[in-house]
Ligand binder design. Structure first.
Ligand SMILES: C[S@@+](CC[C@H](N)C(=O)[O-])C[C@H]1O[C@@H](n2cnc3c(N)ncnc32)[C@H](O)[C@@H]1O
Length: 192
């Protein structure tokens, strides 16, 4: 296990590029992750919180969103830059450990984190543990095919959508499927 694929926090301003809102529409993420009446959500590997904030604006102030990252610099950045009225909760996490009780979370998303997980199985098991039965996980990550965007991580670091589907299915999730609507990225939706 290495940190070779981990995003370099010195490059964090790249995450705030508005073009990403077209590639990964926050409204699509929110509609996929919250089809019902959930109230407590988690963004794992939230980075600067740029997308988390946009999703939080759509969710509204009654919804609690925990923005987790293993990188202290990202947590500090979120605390400095999230709007004062934001209800998003930045939270440092330990690798592969989610600071929540079993069956306590209504939805979890991971945006451009999956390809950095070496290996992904321990975090997937934690996600399965904390999600309420029937609640959803959404993975959005970089397409690996050669027509995909050249921005983003090296092609060798990317995980193909088929491989991600198989890994999530093997981790015990139900109704695992690829969802359309992301550009240069794929979406994988699954239920605990
Ligand atoms: C490419 S950035 C994406 C940030 C954000 N999701 C976005 O799309 O704007 C990946 C983030 O995941 C964090 N990260 C890397 N490995 C992690 C892990 N095992 N658990 C939680 N966060 C992790 C990194 O520190 C980084 O902030």
């Amino acid at each position: 296990m290495t940190d070779a694929k981990k995003f370099d926090p010195k490059k964090r301003k790249k995450l705030n590029n508005p073009i990403r809102l077209e590639w990964i529409p926050p409204a699509l993420v929110w509609s996929l992750i919250n089809p019902g009446t959930g109230s407590t959500f988690v963004d794992i590997g939230a980075g600067t919180g740029y997308l988390t904030n946009k999703i939080g604006l759509l969710a509204g102030p009654a919804i609690e969103i925990h923005a987790l990252d293993i990188e202290p610099l990202m947590i500090a950045e979120m605390r400095q830059t999230l709007p004062a009225e934001s209800t998003i909760i930045p939270q440092l996490m330990e690798k592969d450990r989610l600071p929540f009780a079993d069956n306590s979370i209504d939805g979890i998303w991971l945006i451009t984190l999956f390809h950095e997980l070496e290996p992904p199985e321990p975090l997937l098991a934690e996600i399965h543990r904390v999600l309420r039965p029937g609640c959803r996980m959404l993975i959005v990550d970089w397409e690996k095919d050669t027509a995909a965007c050249e921005q983003g991580p090296p092609f060798a670091h990317r995980i193909a959508a088929d491989t991600a589907l198989q890994t999530v299915t093997a981790a015990g999730f139900a109704d695992v499927r690829q969802v359309p609507g992301f550009h240069f990225h794929y979406g994988i939706l699954a239920q605990a």
